[in-house]
Design a protein around this ligand. Structure first.
Ligand SMILES: [Zn+2]
Ligand SMILES: [Zn+2]
Length: 283
């Protein structure tokens, strides 16, 4: 059984991406993929903060829509019929009208196949290196993060899927993995509201396998959240490795398949011109 599309990945068009679009595409072909959706970062007004390890200040809104589109269209020519290249973007949102409207201006210019909605900050703060957690209990920190997720997904329709819903668990400052994990039962009310928002708006939920590479042992979101989305009537799943290096494309997709089966999904989707195309899980 195989998944033929990776629909969340970053090239060096993102400031944290390590490889060129060509290197990413060649790796995808090597791994047997048929479709690759590039989703480089646009995080308008991302709070500037130097990386604690490298001292580098990450700037996530440098993407130029026309350059990016041209490069990906040229890549499609180069790849000919070996790989279908789709144009996507990962929009990092904060519940702020100006950020939402400037993000929409960007995506209107890009006119992509696929838009991911992500919440990478909470209360206007970055989640690492942990300033956000300093004056909060874990419960308060996770609740505040989920409130921003809900606000972002409610405020706009300018997205197709919601990425890594429990992203905050990557950053909780403890070495104990079990303690990091965001438990559905503890936040059931707000998570249900988030999932019902997606369902009401016909938006997809993403299975993001980067959680495994972050040492959490599981993809985002948890199997409980994925199963709950199904139970509440959710139908659309997208699958992404969130690779920032060519070698991570399609990483741990066999675990994504197990997750989907366990939650009762028999297909996933790829967005083309903002419309979902369902791809059945092949036996
Ligand atoms: Zn992200
Ligand atoms: Zn990403």
């Amino acid at each position: 059984m195989q998944i033929i599309a990776d629909t969340h990945l970053h090239s060096n068009f993102s400031s944290d991406g390590k490889n060129s679009i060509t290197e990413m595409a060649l790796s995808a072909i090597e791994k047997g993929l048929k479709i690759l959706t590039f989703t480089d970062h646009v995080d308008i007004d991302y709070p500037l903060h130097p990386d604690p390890k490298t001292g580098k200040v990450e700037i996530f809104n440098k993407l130029n829509a026309n350059e990016y589109r041209n490069a990906l269209e040229n890549l499609q020519q180069e790849m000919n019929n070996k790989l279908q290249i789709l144009i996507g973007v990962e929009t990092g949102l904060q519940p702020n009208n100006s950020i939402h409207s400037r993000t929409k201006d960007f995506t209107d210019t890009l006119n992509p196949d696929f838009i991911i909605a992500s919440t990478h900050c909470a209360c206007g703060q970055v989640l690492a290196p942990y300033d956000f957690f300093k004056d909060k209990t874990q419960n308060d920190a996770y609740q505040k993060y989920l409130e921003d997720v809900l606000a972002n997904l409610s405020m706009t329709d300018n997205y197709d899927t919601a990425a890594h819903l429990d992203f905050i668990e990557r950053y909780y400052p403890t070495k104990n993995v079990e303690e990091k994990l965001l438990k559905y039962n503890q936040f059931a009310d707000i998570i249900d509201e988030i999932l019902l928002t997606l369902i009401r708006k016909d938006k997809a939920l993403e299975i993001n396998t980067a959680g495994i590479r972050y040492g959490l042992g599981v993809p985002h979101p948890s199997i409980e959240i994925l199963s709950r989305y199904k139970e509440l009537g959710g139908k659309l799943i997208t699958i992404g490795s969130d690779a920032h290096r060519a070698c991570d494309i399609a990483a741990d997709f066999e675990i994504a398949i197990l997750y989907m089966q366990k939650a009762g999904f028999d297909s996933y989707c790829v967005f083309k011109k903002r419309q979902p195309e369902l791809i059945p899980l092949k036996k």
